[in-house]
Design a protein around this ligand. Structure first.
Ligand code: ZN
Length: 255
């Protein structure tokens, strides 16, 4: 079928895919605030994600670690949307993925670590808040599943904290700076599964749009950027993302 490439897909080599929780809910990972969200279903859990509460209360840490030890991501896998995004990474395409997700699924789908900026950190590393030692969260998870409620650093006894950004914590300024530079250079931004309502998403999108980048929005619900977008797509993410990335694949059948 030859329907012609949309204007936003023509002559682009610097592409940013910005992803939020919606790209991983298709893998069975619940979001936080939705109807089936983690915080919606478990009242009181949100406070375990507040930095001050986490650091000061062993009971809050126990709740946090119990929740993460049973996180759906441990048994889930990347879906067709993650794979389609990873397939964009090829010669001639300067691809970067900026994600609000912490599950590491973009890398598991095949993207190199350096191609992915994790704005909210990662659930796969855990750091000691005392000595700074870093260890795989899988090790901490095994200890929690074996019965440790509040796992501590084996070196200094300090509080262990997941490598994600909690409420009350600043986002990593280096990651944010890199994300801003990437957005300012983008020719095309594909925003997938994010409400684009809160920062840094909203601010980062503005950097790209203000510089004239084309924007494609793929999301279940309306976003504040819909009226600025070249195309807004509401259909299932696992259907929409491969179709959109297909326009960029450079295959004659898609031209
Ligand atoms: Zn330590």
């Amino acid at each position: 079928m030859s329907v012609g490439k949309p204007v936003w897909a023509q002559h682009v080599s610097r592409v940013v895919v910005f992803t939020g929780a919606g790209v991983s809910t298709a893998s069975g990972i619940p979001d936080y605030r939705g109807p089936d969200g983690v915080w919606t279903r478990t009242p009181g859990l949100a406070e375990a994600f507040e930095y001050d509460r986490f650091m000061s209360d062993p009971a809050v840490r126990a709740l946090f670690w119990r929740t993460y030890a049973n996180h759906a991501a441990w048994d889930a896998a990347p879906n067709g949307a993650h794979r389609a995004i990873a397939a964009l990474d090829r010669p001639g395409m300067a691809l970067r993925v900026l994600t609000q997700n912490i599950d590491g699924f973009h890398q598991r789908a095949g993207l190199a670590e350096r191609k992915v900026l994790e704005l909210h950190g990662t659930m796969h590393r855990t750091d000691c808040t005392g000595c700074g030692r870093s260890l795989p969260t899988a090790e901490v998870r095994a200890r929690v599943l074996a019965g440790e409620a509040d796992p501590r650093c084996g070196g200094c006894g300090g509080v262990l904290k997941l490598g994600t950004v909690l409420f009350g914590q600043e986002l990593d300024p280096v990651v944010l700076g890199n994300a801003a530079a990437i957005m300012q250079a983008a020719q095309l931004v594909i925003a997938v599964g994010s409400s684009l309502l809160v920062n840094p998403a909203a601010g980062l999108l503005a950097l790209a749009v203000d510089r004239g980048a084309h924007l494609v929005v793929i999301n279940r619900d309306p976003t504040p950027y819909d009226e600025l977008a070249a195309e807004v797509i509401r259909e299932d993410i696992e259907v929409a993302v491969p179709r959109v990335t297909g326009y960029l694949s450079g295959r004659p059948a898609d031209a």
